[in-house]
Each structure stands twice: as C-alpha cells, then as structure tokens.
Design a binder for this molecule. Sequence first.
Ligand code: COA
Length: 164
Amino acid sequence: MTEADLDAVHEVEKLAYTHPWSRRHFADSLASGYPAVLLLGEALPGETPHPRRADGRVLLGYLVAMPGVDEVHLLNITVAPSQQRQGWARFMLDALALWSRGQRAQWLWLEVRASNAPARSLYQRYGFQQVGLRRAYYPAGQLQREDAVVMSLNLVAGGAGEPR
Ligand SMILES: CC(C)(COP(=O)(O)OP(=O)(O)OC[C@H]1O[C@@H](n2cnc3c(N)ncnc32)[C@H](O)[C@@H]1OP(=O)(O)O)[C@@H](O)C(=O)NCCC(=O)NCCS
C-alpha cells in the first residue's frame, strides 16, 4: 500500500465498517513504516471493478500491521464486501503469519469489536485465543462504547503460518 492507493483503500474501508478508519489513519501507518499490503485480483470479463484502479485490477482487500519486539499487532484487515466469504481473509492471515515468523515474531495480536461475529469467527477458526477484554474500547453509536476482545496467536507453537 502506498499513498497513491489511499483513495481506493478508504472507499473500501467506508463500505466495510460502521466506524471506518480515516484516510489519515492509513497515511499515518504508512508514514510510520508499518507493513501495509493490498490484495489485488484480476477483473472478470465484463466486470467493472469498484473502486477502479488505474491498472484495471480489483482491490480485494488489505491489511495493516505494527511490528513489536517479539510480536506483530494486526491493526486492520479488510476484505471488500463484494469479495467476502471466498477465503481472502484467511489468505491474508497466512501471508501475515509467514511474514511475522520471518521477523522472528512469536505472537500475532489483535483487537476485535465484541459484536463483530464474522471477524471473531475468522480469528477463532484460524487459531487465535481470546486473552482479554478492553472495556468500552471502541466508539459505537451516539455516546456509546463497545468492548474490544483481545486475541493472540502463538506463531511458534501449532505451526500457524506454515504452508498447508
Ligand atoms: C472479517 C472479514 C475480514 C472476513 O473476510 P473474508 O474474506 O470474508 O473471510 P474468509 O472468506 O477468509 O473466511 C474465513 C472464515 O472466517 C469466518 N467468517 C468469515 N465471514 C463470516 C461471516 N460473515 N459470518 C460468519 N463467519 C464468517 C468463517 O469461519 C470463514 O470460514 P468458512 O468460509 O470456511 O466458514 C470480512 O468480513 C471483513 O472485511 N469485514 C469487515 C471488516 C472487519 O470487520 N475486519 C476485521 C476487523 S477486526
């Protein structure tokens, strides 16, 4: 992901979340040098990809992570709504786990909204364990807050991120 991708990324972000990241969030992540990658596909014959990229490819999804001492923190993983339930999130988690192991990270960490059943199911099935709860962590509607479920995946035990 580069600065030039941010319009398209932010368009998908707004479609995918009730509380999307701002464009600034992405720009700050890039400026900090965090790993941020796009998942691109080919448009099918007759398909008009949205958002349209100059190279004609389709933005299927993206992720942003933050490396720590012996862990990598997943900050954002998103699959465009029209592309969901095709295994793309799992594919991106595989890539992230492989990259993280290459960085000698032992853990992947993330937070997820308590109400985000699709994402919680994805992480749980991938092997993440719930390790905590941050109360009222996320904004949720007018003057409301929502808990974050904290999850981690041990990259050393269990073989996560190894080719299947
Ligand atoms: C969560 C998200 C990333 C999943 O992406 P995806 O590409 O559709 O997920 P996959 O196709 O790789 O699904 C892998 C597994 O996740 C779970 N899952 C994914 N979407 C689900 C849904 N809508 N309902 C229930 N389980 C779901 C299933 O266990 C699925 O395995 P299965 O298809 O064999 O049943 C996607 O729904 C998304 O971008 N949501 C909006 C943004 C978001 O919430 N990101 C996570 C923030 S923490």
